[in-house]
Design a protein around this ligand. Structure first.
Ligand code: GLP
Length: 256
């Protein structure tokens, strides 16, 4: 099995530049590439870097297609708590992505199951995903695929774990965090031709170690990435501090 490749950089800014390099390279060779995009604190620096490079004339998003990983149920895109709003603020309005090429699941849909099926169909109709960019939750979730999510899931309605609700509460102010969200599923993520997982900060150290070096288990959804042939993990030093030394070193202990 090919293990995820790991790049450890000094800090979140360096991680953002590294991830922007990967995206820039993809766009250069594949101007109409299809991307899965995450939200959260982690990709903010990456989106800023992409905007800077676009403004410098180095990137053209005019034919790029994007599908966001997830969205809260019941939160309108006009709300600053929604992921649609987040994407508008950090990327969509700031580069030349065409609105019709940017997709975010509709958490207001009257029939959420139907919305998930339609979203999945749109991803397949786009020709599948060239690059899935992911963050990681402190419990190992990717998107809103929380611990226990079966690996065969496509886009679905997810119940948000208590820890995830508390770590995301800062985006809701005094309002309650929704119990449900729509998320691209693990099977759809794994079907992506390439995956980049971004992890920064000491609060991701323990879970990154479990995801990359622990057993592959639905209890740590990101651990399934160990089974994908083309994963790059970009981590800063703080998030990488929970990783054991490479096995090659461990298997050759120094002679006494
Ligand atoms: C949310 C999102 C995830 C994201 C995670 C990590 O739960 N559903 O897709 O990866 O937060 O967020 P942060 O980058 O803020 O740590």
């Amino acid at each position: 099995m090919t293990k995820p490749r790991l790049t450890i950089v000094a800090d979140p800014d360096a991680a953002a530049r590294q991830a922007a390099d990967v995206i820039g390279n993809l766009i250069k060779h594949h101007p109409n590439a299809c991307l899965i995009l995450p939200t959260g604190r982690t990709p903010v620096g990456l989106y800023h870097e992409l905007v800077v490079r676009y403004q410098a004339g180095c990137l053209d998003f005019s034919a790029i297609r994007t599908f966001n990983l997830d969205e809260w149920v019941g939160i309108p895109p006009s709300s600053p708590s929604s992921y649609g709003y987040f994407m508008d603020q950090h990327l969509f309005r700031k580069v030349n992505l065409r609105p019709e090429n940017c997709h975010v699941p509709n958490g207001l849909a009257a029939d959420l199951e139907l919305e998930c099926a339609a979203y999945e169909d749109q991803i397949q109709a786009a020709g599948g995903v060239d690059l899935a960019l992911l963050g990681i939750g402190q419990n190992g979730h990717i998107g809103f695929n929380e611990p226990g999510t079966p690996v065969h899931t496509c886009t679905h309605v997810a119940t948000v774990a208590p820890l995830t609700k508390s770590t995301n509460a800062y985006t809701f102010g005094e309002s309650p965090v929704p119990d449900q969200a729509l998320t691209i599923g693990i099977a759809t993520i794994l079907a992506s031709r390439a995956i980049v997982l971004l992890a920064t900060g000491a609060d991701k150290a323990e879970i990154l170690g479990r995801a990359l070096q622990g057993p592959v288990s639905p209890e740590v959804p990101a651990s399934i990435l160990q089974q994908h042939p083309n994963v790059l993990v970009i981590s800063d030093v703080a998030a990488a501090s929970g990783l054991r030394a490479p096995e090659s070193k461990e298997s050759h202990p120094p002679h006494p």
